[in-house]
Ligand binder design. Structure first.
Ligand code: CP
Length: 322
């Protein structure tokens, strides 16, 4: 087995220089437009194995690979329509599909499962979400969006709101923020969905200022980024706990009045009531631009994983040319 495979399993593997390199390349790719052939993945095949539902992650990965000139094979409802339904392990499925494709993108409900699959194959594997653990490429998109929207990733005050216990996107973004400087993070969650202590400790150890609060309105005027999340119904063991977690924090017109004029609102989506559609027309509502950024960011990531990255794309600092 190759020991230098570029798996993407956790945000813990990313450091600042790589992030800026990736963001600059994503910007370049974003400017090429939908109809311009890129061709850096020509001849390569990407397999998407999704054991959980997805709109953005699977389709934006597939769009990204297609725009790079590569091909896609997909198991969209892998739990039901792949041989997982007959009891095949994810390791065996990955071993087999690695013989058909040059890159695997896997979403699975069990934490650690994608890493297990990656450990038995010799092609790059991307974790597209493993249970409540990690969603590293979503966090890359989130930080890329902050960089595009605000022109920087440092010196920011960011609120992570909603389901910080089961929300893998919030967990991954929090951990990726350890690569930023002079950052204040407010954790705003109902008691049943508070951020895990290991992540809070990791942020503080990295030098971030971290404060847990239940008063979103009080901190709203200090924010550069409000990162809202859905309560992850599918991860709760009982309906009562889910109900207790719902409805505490809703981004609506009233809350938007308390945000600074230059702040942005992000959400990994889908939303199910925690952002009122009435605020969608506010220019600070950046969540659909965030979703769109997924294609360019994932194009840049695929190039890197396939080691087809143009050599000239190297960054030296984090300043974004707007
Ligand atoms: N943000 C995200 O992971 O969305 P999907 O579940 O639609 O892929």
């Amino acid at each position: 087995m190759r020991s230098t495979v570029n798996h993407v399993l956790s945000v813990a593997q990313f450091e600042r220089p790589f992030l800026f390199e990736l963001f600059r390349r994503a910007d370049e790719l974003a400017t090429l437009g939908a109809r311009e052939a890129v061709g850096t993945a020509k001849g390569a095949i990407m397999a998407t194995l999704f054991y959980e539902p997805s709109t953005r992650t699977r389709l934006s990965f597939e769009a990204a690979m297609t725009r790079l000139g590569g091909a896609v094979i997909s198991a969209e409802y892998a739990a039901a329509t792949s041989s997982a339904a007959k009891g095949e392990s994810i390791e065996d499925t990955a071993r087999v599909v690695a013989g058909y494709a040059d890159l695997l993108v896997i979403r699975h409900p069990e934490a650690g499962s994608v890493a297990r699959a990656a450990s038995v194959v010799d092609v790059p594997v991307i974790n597209a979400g493993d249970g409540a653990n990690e969603h590293p490429t979503q966090a890359l998109i989130d930080l890329y969006t902050i960089w595009r929207e605000l022109g920087r990733i440092d010196g920011l005050t960011i609120a992570l709101v909603g389901d910080l216990r089961y929300g893998r996107a919030a967990r991954s973004l929090a951990r990726l923020l350890t690569q930023t400087v002079d950052t204040t993070v407010f954790l705003v969650a109902p008691p049943v969905t508070r951020m895990a202590p290991d992540v809070v400790n990791e942020l503080r150890a990295a030098g971030l200022r971290v404060e847990e609060t239940d008063d979103l309105y009080a901190i709203a005027p200090t924010l550069d980024v409000l990162y809202q999340t859905r309560i992850q119904r599918e991860r709760f063991s009982d309906a009562e706990s889910y109900t207790q977690a719902c409805g505490h924090y809703v981004v609506n017109r009233e809350l938007m009045q308390h945000l600074p004029s230059e702040a942005i609102v992000l959400h990994p989506l889908p939303r199910v009531g925690e952002i009122d559609p009435a605020v969608d027309d506010d220019r600070r509502a950046a969540y659909f631009r965030q979703a769109r950024n997924g294609v360019a960011l994932r194009m840049a990531l695929i190039e890197w994983m396939l080691q087809r990255r143009p050599a000239e794309v190297v960054s030296s600092n984090g300043h974004h040319r707007r």
